[in-house]
Each structure stands twice: as structure tokens, then as C-alpha cells.
Design a protein around this ligand. Structure first.
Ligand code: COA
Length: 338
């Protein structure tokens, strides 16, 4: 590949897509399942409705991921056989093995390329897209499929005990196709990946009794269901979200005004508002779609990105900052020159 812009390989996002389950779970539906209200949910989170996959009838994480990748390949006008690697950000693999990556690669018709899952909870897509950029820039891979997909509702307790998390989460998937370009100005400019396992106790899914931290109290110790200390996670998210924006801007020598789109993990509209207010980000630069989908974990960021693309708001030459935080605890950023 010839170099036209002073060194190295660039990376372009040449296609994107989203795929959501048909089934919905509205605030009204939740009112019938637990002690909550539409008014409370809207006021505290900004969420009106969310999608819920019909897992019992085969609508699994792999199915959502496969459909998102198929559409992204079509939008990129790339055949599945052109992919060199497939990476899936997910924390809700259908079963311990095969990975969602292996299933998607089979279903969309990839060659026998590498395929794997990466688990960093709600920060998963951000970690994955950052790694994909580095792998392309190393010269080893030319075209990488990147997916964020989760069916988190299978791990939700829809009773009064689980209502803090039940109102937040929904299922969904988004995907991108990344490709090497001669224009080395394109691709990731800067990124941050952070994790602090000390905070894991605030947001986790226990598999067995010993997974419950001793010092934390839970109303009901339900296995395989999201356990969340909402206030602790809220505080963590507001703090780290703002910190990582500052870090990333400082490292790249840019100001918030230089960024065209802040593509943020959708966890709670109040968390997004806190960052908008702190950095003076106008609402048209930070799309909020949480009212429609809730928190879709790994799917959140690529879903927001694709909605911007579909609306014609994403243009070559723009700068986009992807931002996420989640269980682990994990958080980070990935700043791109399109
Ligand atoms: N419906 C109605 N009332 C509820 C409720 C619900 N779903 N969940 C909690 N409440 C009640 C509480 O019991 C409490 O009642 P009390 O004052 O009588 O004790 C009251 O509402 C306030 O609870 P609190 O936990 O302080 O609410 P909050 O304003 O912190 O909102 C969350 C709760 C979960 C919406 C909020 O903490 C949050 O969004 N946290 C971040 C979670 C997150 O983003 N997780 C994913 C990260 S990737």
C-alpha cells in the first residue's frame, strides 16, 4: 500500500449497521411487573422503552450480531470473504463456547479467519474498535468486522428486587467494517482503556454464592441476574466519563469544540447531561437514543454511531469520540479522525 500522507496505514469505517429485536418492553409493561412507574423511570433515566430478545425462540446474541454484521457488510459493499478478522464485544455469549464470533463468521460466510469475543461489558465495543484499529495499523490485517452485541435481559430479575437494573437494560447489536487506507490521517488518533476490579462489586452477575462480595448487601441473592448498586455506579460513571474526556482531549491537543460527535454509551440520560454541561457540548453533538433502547451494553455505541450515519450526520473529515463505562469496572475513550 503506498503512503500518501507522510507515513503508515490509516483506518476507515467503511460501513455500519444495527439490528434490534422486534419485542419491546415499555415502562408501562414494567409497571405491571414490579413496583415502579413510567414517570419515575423517565425522570431518573430518560428511558421510555427498550427491546427484549425472544431468546426462548432462538433470538440470541449470535443472531442479533449476525444480522448486524450482514447489514454492515452490505452497507460497506464488502463480501464476508473479504474479512480478515472478526471481533465481537459481548458479555452475553449464548453459551461458554462456541464464541459469538465463531457463530457469526460461520453464518455470514467468512473464510476460516480468526474470530473471537472480547468482554469488557459496556466498554466492550470501545475496547474492541480500538484494538481493531491497532491491528490494521500493524499491517497484519486489512479488513476487520467489529460487532457489539448483547442480550442482557436474560440476566435481569423482573421483580421488585431487581427493579434498579430492570428499568435500564435492553437488547441490541451494532456493527462496523473497518478497512486499511493509504490515507494515514484516518483512524484512531488517541484512546484510553481503563479498568478497576476493586469496583466490580457494584455491578456484577453472580454464577454462584461465593461471587457475592462479603462487604456488600443485597436485597435478594439471585444467581445469574444483574446485581447493581445504582448510586455507586452512577457516581463512578459521572466521574470517569468526565475524567476520560479531559484526558483524551489533553493527549490529542484538542478542545471539546474540535469534536464533531461524542458517541456515548447510553446508560442514563442524566449521566450524559452531566458531561454535556461540564464541557459545554451542544445537544446536536451528543446523540441520546436511550429513550428508545435503554442500555444495550456492547451494542450501545455502534447503535448510536449507525443512527448518526443513517441520518447523514457523519461525514468524512469529522472527528468522533467514542466513550463508554461499565461493569468491571471499565471505562475508556477512542478518538477517531474519519
Ligand atoms: N422504580 C421506582 N422506584 C425505585 C426504582 C424503580 N425502578 N428503583 C429504585 N427506586 C426507589 C428506591 O427504592 C429509593 O426509594 P427510597 O427513597 O424510598 O429509599 C428511591 O427510588 C431512590 O433510589 P436511588 O437508588 O437513590 O435512585 P437513583 O436516583 O439513584 O436512580 C438508578 C436509580 C438505577 C436509575 C440510578 O442510580 C442509575 O442510573 N445508576 C447508574 C446505573 C447504570 O448506569 N448502570 C449501568 C452502567 S453501564
Amino acid at each position: 500500500m503506498s503512503d500518501q500522507s507522510g507515513g503508515g496505514i490509516g483506518v476507515e469505517i467503511i460501513g455500519s449497521a444495527l439490528h434490534l429485536p422486534e419485542g419491546t418492553l415499555t415502562n408501562k409493561d414494567l409497571e405491571g411487573m414490579m413496583d415502579t412507574s413510567d414517570e419515575w423511570i423517565v425522570k431518573r433515566t430518560g428511558i421510555n422503552t427498550r427491546r427484549r430478545a425472544d431468546i426462548a425462540n432462538g433470538e440470541t446474541t449470535s443472531v442479533l450480531a449476525t444480522e448486524a454484521m450482514r447489514k454492515a457488510l452490505a452497507n460497506a459493499k464488502v463480501d464476508a470473504t473479504e474479512l480478515d478478522l472478526l471481533l465481537v464485544a459481548t458479555m452475553t455469549c449464548d453459551s461458554p463456547t462456541p464464541s459469538v464470533g465463531c457463530v457469526v463468521a460461520r453464518e455470514v460466510g467468512c473464510r476460516d479467519i480468526g474470530a473471537m469475543d472480547i468482554n469488557a461489558a459496556c466498554s466492550g465495543f470501545l475496547y474492541t474498535v480500538s484494538m481493531a484499529d491497532a491491528m490494521i495499523k500493524s499491517g497484519t490485517y486489512k479488513t476487520i468486522g467489529v460487532i457489539g452485541a448483547d442480550c442482557i435481559t436474560r440476566h435481569i430479575d423482573y421483580s421488585n428486587f431487581g427493579r434498579g437494573a430492570a428499568i435500564l437494560f435492553g437488547d441490541g447489536a451494532g456493527a462496523m467494517v473497518l478497512r486499511a487506507t493509504d490515507d494515514s490521517s484516518k483512524g484512531m488518533i488517541s484512546h484510553k482503556m481503563h479498568a478497576d476490579g476493586n469496583g466490580a462489586k457494584h455491578l456484577f452477575i453472580p454464577s454462584c454464592e461465593i461471587d457475592f462480595p462479603e462487604e456488600a448487601e443485597f436485597d435478594e441473592r439471585k444467581l445469574d441476574k444483574v446485581q447493581m448498586n445504582g448510586q455507586a455506579v452512577f457516581k463512578f460513571a459521572v466521574t470517569k466519563f468526565q475524567e476520560v474526556i479531559s484526558e483524551t482531549l489533553e493527549e490529542s491537543g484538542l478542545s471539546a469544540d474540535d469534536i464533531d460527535h461524542f458517541v456515548c454509551h447510553q446508560a442514563n440520560s442524566r449521566i450524559l447531561d452531566s458531561a454535556r454541561e461540564r464541557f459545554g457540548i451542544p445537544s446536536e453533538k451528543l446523540l441520546v437514543n436511550i429513550q428508545k433502547y435503554g442500555n444495550t451494553v456492547g451494542g450501545s455505541i455502534p447503535i448510536v454511531f449507525h443512527e448518526l450515519v443513517a441520518d447523514g450526520k457523519v461525514q468524512p473529515g469529522q472527528k468522533v469520540m467514542f466513550l463508554a463505562f461499565g461493569a468491571g469496572l471499565t471505562w475508556g475513550s477512542s478518538l477517531w479522525q474519519l
